[in-house]
Ligand binder design. Structure first.
Ligand SMILES: Nc1ncnc2c1ncn2[C@@H]1O[C@H](COP(=O)(O)OP(=O)(O)OP(=O)(O)O)[C@@H](O)[C@H]1O
Ligand SMILES: [Mg+2]
Length: 320
């Protein structure tokens, strides 16, 4: 049997047109390709939304068959020190590009570069502007030193919209011969929260055993999302049925393996998604306040289980 490529790689966009969403960034990148005029850039935004894909696709369109020789990708988290900047980056940047005006270095996870390395990079960027362009990719732009930011055109990549994730998943499902019902599709969108890599990975995992994918399989595979049960638990607590709510919490944590962080995150999401008849706006505001408080306590290291129970106890105050 042939070894199957992970779908995230199999379906990685090859052209800029294949990158879903991120319209603003993609339009600009296309115009750079057209004019062969590329500035230093910084791509910031959460994981799995197309930063690397966009950089690679742009470089492929720009360099065509010389892509391999003119484009270098470095992952800063493997090698986050100043040595890389002095060694690999300099070596690549200072030599002339092949049948092009410049090369491109893509520095993935550049927010993991040490401050020394960032300062060294600032010099390197300036010195080799004639032969090389830099694309810095990061999850948190605030971790990039100001002088580097000011040398770059900044693109903010956004979590993908539900519709965008749905379209891509449906396309893959069609090619792979998977039957994905509407509820299953919605479940993947819910769990992946705008992260396309996560969405595609969940689709692949959910269809590994059975080409017919339903909602239950999706939640089992991702194991950490149980929106229906979480919603039920909130409802029980708000109704004053503390023991029932607590039993459900047990089930979520010990049967489904959700962490305290998973549970509290979904309590927040489900409470906000509920309509006015289910939970009034006034109660929602109070819930945000409570969830914020208990989330903080858990981050500070308090016992998750006890905190979640205490949170449910707080919800009882709203019993009509
Ligand atoms: N906008 C998108 N359009 C199409 N596919 C996407 C998009 N974003 C992500 N993907 C899918 O997810 C995979 C990972 O995307 P990519 O490597 O571009 O994410 P990233 O934003 O660089 O994430 P990270 O911050 O973790 O490096 C791609 O191979 C592709 O399959
Ligand atoms: Mg990336």
């Amino acid at each position: 049997m042939a070894i199957e490529l992970p779908w995230v790689e199999k379906y990685r966009p090859v052209t800029l047109n294949q990158v879903v969403g991120q319209k603003e960034a993609i339009d600009r990148l296309k115009s750079y390709v057209k004019t062969h005029n590329v500035p230093n850039m910084m791509f910031s935004g959460p994981a799995g939304i197309g930063k690397t894909s966009a950089a690679v696709a742009m470089a492929k369109e720009l360099f065509k068959e010389e892509f391999g020789r003119n484009f270098m990708e470095l992952n800063a988290s493997d090698s986050r020190g100043i040595d890389v900047v002095r060694g690999q980056i300099k070596d690549f940047a200072r030599t002339l590009a092949f049948s092009a005006d410049f090369k491109i270095i893509f520095l993935d996870e550049s927010d993991a570069l040490t401050s020394d390395a960032q300062h060294a990079l600032r010099r390197t960027m300036e010195k080799y502007t004639k032969t090389c362009r830099f694309v810095l990719s990061c999850n948190y732009s605030s971790r990039i030193i100001e002088p580097l930011q000011s040398r770059c055109v900044i693109f903010r990549f956004r979590p993908l919209q539900s519709k965008e994730v749905e379209e891509k998943l449906s396309e893959i499902a069609k090619i792979e011969g998977i039957k994905l019902d509407k509820k299953a599709l919605e479940a993947i969108v819910y769990v992946s929260m705008g992260d396309m890599r996560k969405a595609v990975n969940i689709l692949q995992a959910s269809s590994a055993l059975n080409k017919k994918v339903d909602e239950e399989t999706v939640f089992n595979v991702s194991s950490r999302a149980r929106p229906a049960e979480v919603k039920e638990m909130i409802g029980l607590a708000l109704d004053g049925k503390f023991l029932d709510a607590r039993n459900l919490l047990d089930k979520l944590m010990y049967e489904h393996g959700m962490s305290g962080e998973d549970v509290i995150g979904q309590v927040y999401r489900e409470a906000m998604r509920a309509d006015e008849k289910e939970i009034s706006s006034k109660t929602k505001v109070a819930i945000i306040d409570i969830v914020g408080e208990y989330d903080f306590r858990m981050v500070e290291g308090a016992n998750e289980r006890i905190q979640l129970e205490a949170m449910l106890a707080q919800f009882m105050k709203f019993k009509k």
